[in-house]
Design a protein. Structure first.
Lengths: 367, 367
């Protein structure tokens, strides 16, 4: 039995237990995981439909039929053309399934969700992530190897950025472009997401992208980037200072490092995900910065940059061996600066192990 | 009244006419169009909710609250944190709306669609594109100016690619990277989509990405790329040959040029979108290649690379001044080669005008 057939059987077994009759997945990480194929196909419904028993049904726009046939583990069973539209082919594809409970891929676009609800008017719909996360969140040795390679690339790249990239006087976007060039040179198949370079007051905006602001002496600069190897992602954040850090910057950075360390120390098999968040948040709150840590502690990572398990208050999920996620506390002082440090860890029998190994200190870059 | 208030009023007027009580838009082009803000916020619901009357309600994850406040035309009204989750804030946000008919953004993720269906269990759901396309598909002079700039950048870039990029012996991905470097140097804010470089037999796969195949002498190479300026996209396809084109390649290319010309000639105010597709398809079919033209003739373009109006059989929409779309016939001979040529046009009172002006001939590149 090949890898994809094994994943299919596991999914069908989970569906059986959960009382789900049909799982529907659109282009994206779930499809990649289940078939080896993915693509964007945004406005044309391309749906892998997995009944609780039997072979998948695969609704494919004509434009993609050849590629699906070549690449995917399962053949297209219902092909539709632009001039026909997908409705009739979809009705044909679900014929005879008697699906009462349908689970859909969390990212499936509304255009496909409403189309499915039309084709299966008596079915009740829920999200497929509870099923798929069960499969995807525990990484196999083969998956981990790709993630280690992706992590090693961003580690090496960060060191080269410190050595070779000029910060002072350049825009965030220019720094991001240099950094991405280095990551690609180091052997990445591509970036995992748009690189964040947040300088000066922008560093206090947790999701600021790289923009046109020019970096000045004295600026904090947050670098948050990741790459892909064989479909699997890395993700790292380091904070540097262009020039000399102030005592306040050093203080906040020390709290972040301690919080991050505490998070990594807390994570091990059997610990609920939210306990890791609490441990990290505890350090930051005791230091008096609790109200400025405005996001969760971390997110799972694998074929997607953000996936299960989320390391957040309210998530009682017990951590298990093979789970991979970020530990990334941040403190954001509006109008002043922000600091964040992020590593990816994998849970092993003895505790969490960092996949990222490059230095976490607050580095002062002199140019 | 500012531009965003004007767009809001127009949308509410359309909702009134269509009997829609509530329009819900997630991060993406529609949100950018309506508020000036967009972001990815993938797994955290971030929803602009527009009732048929009154001010928008804006459900925003805490992490994005500051950015929405700074950038968006409308303030966040319901902020939720990772530890609370979005459910309660969403129920609060829709309280008192009595929404029976809800239109959702076509790209809205299933996780948000099902959340809304839970919060509004008696409402019926439809797609918002019929409303939003009415607003977005006729471009204002300001929008057209940005699209002309984006088109001029890819035109200049193509000429520089012909002059400076080596094809022979290099991988599709390497050529794509060179091309993207040129486009960014020419002043683009970013690429509009992942550049396609399809060489040799790969050129017969309409949606092949740039891969690891090395380009050989005699290969057809399709280049399909676009960039963004001020949020607005360009998109162009040219086909070149590395070495000398065969008579068969010349023949197919001649048919494509004629079909493309016929499409541009056909498009003008009052003509149904599908007539443009028929005109293009007619030329290709009469030349005997009908079965190898496996996709629609074109797609609208603006804040998204693919948007309304789609130039496809079955779309009776009357073209109007200000509409912008691609005319991109392709012929794909499996296992052999494919040829596609694409320009963006804008419909004006006298007919369609090409925004792309660089040569469309089959160029033989000698390296």
């Amino acid at each position: 039995m090949n890898m994809f057939e094994e994943r299919l059987r596991k999914l069908q077994a989970l569906m059986e237990v959960s009382g789900v009759d049909l799982t529907v997945v659109g282009p994206g990480a779930d499809m990649l995981y289940l078939t080896g194929f993915s693509d964007e196909a945004r406005e044309r419904p391309l749906l892998l439909m997995i009944p609780v028993e039997g072979a998948p049904r695969f609704l494919v726009p004509e434009l993609y039929a050849h590629q699906v046939e070549e690449v995917a583990a399962f053949p297209p069973t219902h092909v539709w053309s632009d001039s026909q539209g997908p409705e009739a082919a979809l009705r044909e594809a679900v014929r005879g399934l008697e699906a009462e409970r349908v689970a859909v891929d969390d990212d499936l676009a509304a255009r496909a969700v409403l189309l499915l609800q039309d084709a299966l008017p008596r079915a009740s719909f829920s999200l497929a992530s509870p099923l798929l996360k069960e499969l995807r969140m525990r990484k196999s040795p083969g998956e981990l190897e790709l993630m280690e390679r992706a992590a090693a690339i961003v580690d090496r790249s960060f060191l080269r950025v410190l050595e070779n990239v000029t910060f002072f006087g350049r825009t965030e976007r220019e720094v991001a472009r240099d950094l991405e060039g280095i990551v690609l040179e180091e052997g990445a198949a591509g970036m995992a997401f748009e690189t964040l370079v947040a300088s000066g007051p922008n560093s206090a905006l947790p999701h600021h992208r790289a923009g046109e602001r020019r970096i000045e002496f004295g600026d904090v600069v947050i670098l948050d980037f990741g790459c892909r190897v064989g479909g699997y992602c890395s993700d790292i954040t380091r904070t540097v200072v262009c020039g000399e850090p102030t005592p306040r910057m050093r203080e906040v950075h020390r709290v972040i490092l301690e919080a991050q360390e505490e998070g990594v120390r807390t994570a091990r098999p059997g610990i609920p995900a939210q306990e890791v968040d609490r441990a990290v948040r505890g350090v930051i709150s005791r230091a008096g910065f609790g109200e400025w840590f405005v996001h969760r502690t971390g997110h799972g990572i694998g074929l997607e940059v953000h996936e299960e398990p989320y390391i957040v208050e309210g998530n009682p999920l017990s951590l298990e061996e093979g789970m991979t996620f970020s530990v990334e506390p941040g403190i954001y002082l509006p109008g002043a600066f922000g600091i964040r440090v992020e590593d990816i860890v994998v849970v092993e029998s003895g505790g969490a192990r960092r996949l990222n190994r490059c230095p976490r200190e607050l580095v002062a870059v002199a140019r």
